[in-house]
Design a protein around this ligand. Structure first.
Ligand SMILES: [Zn+2]
Ligand SMILES: [Zn+2]
Length: 452
C-alpha cells in the first residue's frame, strides 16, 4: 500500500541534486595506467571513434567539423595521413583537438595526453620533437591484444627520439610487417592493433632487440617527461631552463661557458643562443644537456636546487647523434620570425595552392631549411597543393566523362549509331581519345545505357 501519492517523493525533493551535464559523445577512460605510458590524444581520438563504432576520419569530418570551422578546413586526406601527427604535439592542432574533444566528451584530462604542458619551453615549430610517421612496439601491441582491451598508443611513442620500447627493449616499428606500409595518423578503421592498409596485426614476431644504449637512455628520458607532464605544466619554461643552465655553468666551469660547452661536447653557439639570444632548446638539445649532466629531464625543472650540488664532477660528452648539430640550418631569430609570418599568410590563404619548390623559391630559402624550422607549415603547404591538384583532376575527369556521354547522346538524337570510330573522331576534336582505358569504359557504359 502506498503511504504517499505515488507521483511525489518528498524525501527526494528535499535533496539538492543536480544532474551532471550531458556530453554529445561517450567519454572513454584513457588507457595507460603504468608510469609514463599514458595514451596520446591521437590514440584517444581513434578509440573514441571505436567506442561509437565509426570510422575515425568520419567522426572528425562530420561530428568534430560540424561546429568547429577550423577543423572543417582540415578535412583533406593528407591531414589524416600526415598532418594530424601534431595533434599529440604542442602546436595549434594539439590545442584545437584538445578543445573540441573536450567539448564533445566533457573530458578535462586531455592536456596531459599531448605535449601542450611543454609549450613554454620548446620551440613552437616542434623541431626535432615528433616522429614523422606513427610508430609502435610490436610486443606492447601483442600484449594489449592478448589482454582483450583496446589497443592504444602511449604518448611517448610519438616522440622522434623514442626509438626503443622501455618495457621490452625492442626497436619501435613504423611499417606493417605484412605489407610493409606506413600507417596514417588517423586511420579509416578504428583499431590501432591492425594495419590500416592490409588489416594484418601490427604485433608480429620479427622484432629486433635494440643494442643502442643511447636510444634506450633517450626513451627513458622521454618516459620520464611524459610521466611528469602534469607536474611540469607551468613549471617547464624556457626561463627556468636558462636559470638552471647558468647555475650549472657556474658549478662546473666557474661561469666559463666555452669550457662548459667543451666538456659536455656541445658546439659553443648552443649556449649563446639559449643564454643571450632568447632561443628555445629543441627536445634533442634539452636531452643532450640532461645526458651530459647525467640527470633525468623532470629533475631539471622540479628539483633544480637539490640536484646541482649533489652531482658528480665529471660531465660526459654528448654523442653528436643525439644533438644533431650538423642537421641544423642556420637562421637568425629575426629571419625566422619573418619567415613564420610569411608562411602563416601562405597557409591561411586558400587561394594560394603553389607547390613547395615554388613557395620555397619565392621566399628565398631551401626546402631543407623550411622543413627543419617549420615542419608543420612544410606539411601544410604540401598537403594544400596536393588537395588542389586532386580537386583539379577530379573536375577534369568529370568534364571528360560528360563530354563522352554527350557525344554518344547527340549521335543517338541525330539517329546515328555511335560507333567507336565515329565517337573517337568527335572526341579527337576535343583532344581526347578512346585509346585511354578510362574513356573507353565510359563509352561502353554509355552504349550499354542506350541499349537497355
Ligand atoms: Zn614494448
Ligand atoms: Zn599491412
Amino acid at each position: 500500500m502506498w503511504l504517499h501519492d505515488p507521483q511525489t517523493f518528498p524525501e527526494l525533493e528535499s535533496l539538492d541534486f543536480t544532474m551532471p551535464q550531458r556530453s554529445r559523445l561517450y567519454r572513454p577512460v584513457p588507457m595507460g595506467a603504468e608510469a609514463g605510458q599514458i595514451e596520446g590524444q591521437l590514440s584517444y581520438l581513434v578509440r573514441l571513434a571505436r567506442a561509437h563504432s565509426v570510422n575515425p576520419r568520419r567522426l572528425v569530418r562530420t561530428v568534430f567539423a560540424s561546429d568547429n570551422l577550423a577543423i572543417r578546413q582540415l578535412k583533406y586526406a593528407g591531414f589524416f595521413s600526415r598532418g594530424a601527427g601534431t595533434i599529440n604535439g604542442l602546436g595549434k592542432y594539439a590545442e584545437l583537438f584538445q578543445e573540441e574533444t573536450g567539448q564533445l566528451t566533457g573530458a578535462c584530462f586531455l592536456r596531459h595526453m599531448s605535449l601542450l604542458p611543454l609549450k613554454e619551453l620548446l620551440p613552437p615549430n616542434g623541431a626535432g620533437l615528433l616522429a614523422p610517421k606513427p610508430r609502435w612496439c610490436p610486443c606492447c601491441v601483442g600484449e594489449m591484444v592478448e589482454s582483450g582491451d583496446d589497443v592504444y598508443r602511449p604518448l611517448a611513442w610519438s616522440f622522434d627520439l623514442y626509438r626503443v620500447c622501455v618495457r621490452h627493449g625492442m626497436q619501435l616499428q613504423d611499417t606493417c610487417g605484412h605489407c610493409g606500409r606506413h600507417q596514417p595518423f588517423i586511420p579509416r578503421y578504428p583499431d590501432l592493433g591492425r594495419c590500416d592498409h592490409c588489416g594484418g596485426m601490427l604485433a608480429n614476431s620479427e622484432q629486433q632487440k635494440s643494442s643502442s644504449r643511447l636510444d634506450l637512455w633517450a626513451s627513458k628520458a622521454i618516459t620520464n617527461i611524459v610521466q611528469h607532464l602534469p607536474a611540469l605544466d607551468g613549471i617547464a619554461t624556457v626561463s627556468r631552463f636558462v636559470a638552471f643552465l647558468k647555475a650549472a655553468v657556474a658549478r662546473f666551469s666557474d661561469g666559463n661557458r666555452a669550457e662548459f660547452c667543451e666538456r659536455i661536447g656541445m658546439p659553443p653557439w648552443a649556449l649563446k643562443g639559449w643564454l643571450s639570444d632568447g632561443e628555445r632548446p629543441t627536445l634533442p638539445q634539452l636531452l643532450s644537456v640532461c645526458y651530459g649532466l647525467g640527470i633525468m629531464p623532470s629533475k631539471l625543472f622540479l628539483e633544480p636546487e637539490d640536484i646541482l650540488p649533489s652531482m658528480r664532477d665529471s660531465l660526459r660528452p654528448v654523442p653528436e647523434k643525439l644533438f644533431g648539430r650538423a642537421e641544423r640550418p642556420m637562421l637568425s631569430v629575426r629571419a625566422r620570425r619573418k619567415l613564420a609570418k610569411d608562411l602563416d599568410a601562405i597557409i591561411n590563404n586558400p587561394e594560394d595552392v603553389r607547390s613547395l619548390p615554388v613557395v620555397v623559391k619565392s621566399l628565398g630559402f631551401t626546402q631543407f631549411c623550411l622543413k627543419y624550422w617549420f615542419p608543420v607549415a612544410y606539411a601544410s603547404i604540401q598537403d594544400k597543393h596536393e588537395s588542389a591538384r586532386k580537386l583539379r583532376m577530379a573536375i577534369r575527369a568529370q568534364s571528360e566523362r560528360d563530354a563522352v556521354v554527350s557525344v554518344v547522346r547527340l549521335m543517338r538524337e541525330r539517329g546515328e549509331y555511335p560507333s567507336r570510330r565515329k565517337v573517337n573522331t568527335e572526341l579527337l576534336k576535343q583532344k581526347m581519345s578512346l585509346i585511354r582505358p578510362e574513356l573507353m569504359q565510359i563509352y561502353r557504359q554509355a552504349i550499354a545505357g542506350i541499349q537497355e
